[in-house]
Design a binder for this molecule. Structure first.
Ligand code: RFL
Ligand code: PHB
Length: 386
């Protein structure tokens, strides 16, 4: 078996890469260890930068996104019982869009299959060979080898591709926070996302549609879900979002809940020989800045263009620049995600001095146009290509 580009993982990175390569006439095979229903259901990101929306729309997979995605022009920072609007569009000229990662994954799978693309579900990659490019995987109890020109390692943080980059340097920061994410069958209590700091910890009010809310609570990453029955979740959310003007949080049935630890992680370089890492396989950001999915889209956009140039003209210039090009954006996103995370979370190990600094920082971001513009241009992605 042979293909031009072997892609490990059918998350947003692998699927979009396969689609962008197809548009350039380059065939690929996507190998995914899970089944289709699982990858289409996995709850994750929801906030897209305008650049991400443009890539999806311009490549012909934006039809449902244009119909169902919700365009937002601002977010709210809430602390001390008061909301402070961050007018993203006024400050940067850009918008952001709420459209769930699961919907992007469904749209991309449908587009690839309609175009005759090959996605092998239930195919677990065991090893990749970056020098005699090939991928070994197991499907239905049998081991196969897929030979190729190039491997795109898009198999996420727990995947195997990264291990095939010898001498890779990894940079890591564990945050002492976890997020309890909740999907609730209730109309959102807000039009714009609310990022709330309270003495009890961080909370985020997001949404999935005019009828479904997505909410997050800072929790101890070691917490057991059993310690968070639904009524405790709602009362904690109410306490953290409380304002002095009587704003109310609507509640409803909780459809799904999960706890995720928070970490920053970067692997450098993102390439070895014929293997190119993209998305969460190469880097993780804490979700406070809403950057993970957007970085994955940006990586594979750069990679598709570089592979296109290589196949068209034989020039490896863009492929050679791939890792450096991506890492500039990755590190800007790491810093912004760290900045948002430390601004808005309650650190259990923080001393009283640090706590006063944090409160002053929050007040400054709310009061200063320069400070809030820093937040806005990073949030919309305008500051990410330096
Ligand atoms: P994925 O989505 O993890 O996909 C990797 C795929 O590889 C498969 N795989 C394998 N397949 C074959 N063989 C193996 N050995 C394999 N090992 C793994 C996996 O099954 C999977 O299908 O990585 P990708 O494509 O790089 O996409 C990255 C994004 O998923 C991630 O960055 C975002 O979800 C992060 N994120 C957010 N990003 C944003 O841009 N905006 C947000 O608002 C946002 N919110 C979030 C988030 C992530 C969260 N969690 C749960 C981590 C909110 C949360 C709660
Ligand atoms: C989400 O809607 O899932 C979401 C939005 C913004 C974030 C993180 C997650 O910063």
């Amino acid at each position: 078996m042979r293909t031009k580009v072997a892609i490990t993982g059918a998350g947003p990175a692998g699927l979009l890469l396969s689609h962008l390569l197809h548009l350039r006439g380059i065939d690929s095979v996507v190998l995914e260890s899970r089944d289709r229903a699982y990858v289409e259901r996995r709850q994750r990101a929801g906030m897209l930068e305008q650049g991400t929306v443009d890539v999806l729309r311009d490549s012909g997979v934006g039809e449902r996104l244009d119909r169902e995605g919700l365009t937002h022009h601002g977010i709210e920072l809430r602390f001390g019982g008061t909301g402070h609007r961050v007018p993203l569009t006024e400050l940067t000229g850009r918008t952001v869009t709420v459209y769930a990662q699961t919907e992007i994954v469904k749209d991309l799978i449908a587009a690839r299959l309609a175009a005759g693309g090959e996605i092998r579900f239930g195919a677990e990659v065991l090893a990749v060979d970056a020098s005699a490019p090939s991928v070994t995987y197991r499907q239905d109890g049998e081991t196969h080898t897929l030979e190729c020109d190039v491997i795109a390692g898009c198999d996420g943080f727990h995947g195997v591709s990264r291990r095939a980059v010898p001498g890779v340097t990894t940079y890591e920061r564990e945050y002492p926070f976890g997020w309890l994410g909740v999907l609730a069958d209730v109309a959102p209590s807000t039009d714009e996302l609310i990022y709330a700091y309270s003495e009890r910890g961080f909370a985020l009010h997001s949404l999935r549609s005019p009828r479904i809310s997505r909410l997050y609570l800072q929790v101890d990453p070691a917490d057991d879900l059993a310690a968070w029955p639904d009524d405790r979740i709602w009362s904690e959310l109410r306490a953290r979002f409380a304002t002095r003007d009587g704003w109310e949080l609507r509640d409803g049935p909780i459809l799904e809940k999960a706890i995720t630890p928070m970490r920053g992680f970067v692997a450098e370089p993102m390439r070895h020989d014929r293997l190119f890492l993209a998305g969460d396989a190469a880097h993780i950001v804490p979700p406070t800045g809403a950057k993970g999915l957007n970085l994955a889209v940006s990586d594979v956009t750069v990679l598709a263009e570089a592979l296109g140039a290589w196949y068209d003209s034989g020039s490896a210039e863009l492929l050679d620049a791939y890792s450096g090009t991506c890492l500039k954006r990755v590190w800007r996103a790491e810093h912004f995600s760290y900045w948002m995370t430390t601004l808005l979370h309650r650190d259990p190990g923080q001393d009283a001095f640090g706590h006063r600094l944090q409160l002053s920082h929050l007040a400054y971001v709310a009061a200063s146009k320069a400070a809030v513009t820093t937040l806005a241009e990073n949030y919309v992605g305008a500051a990410l290509t330096l």
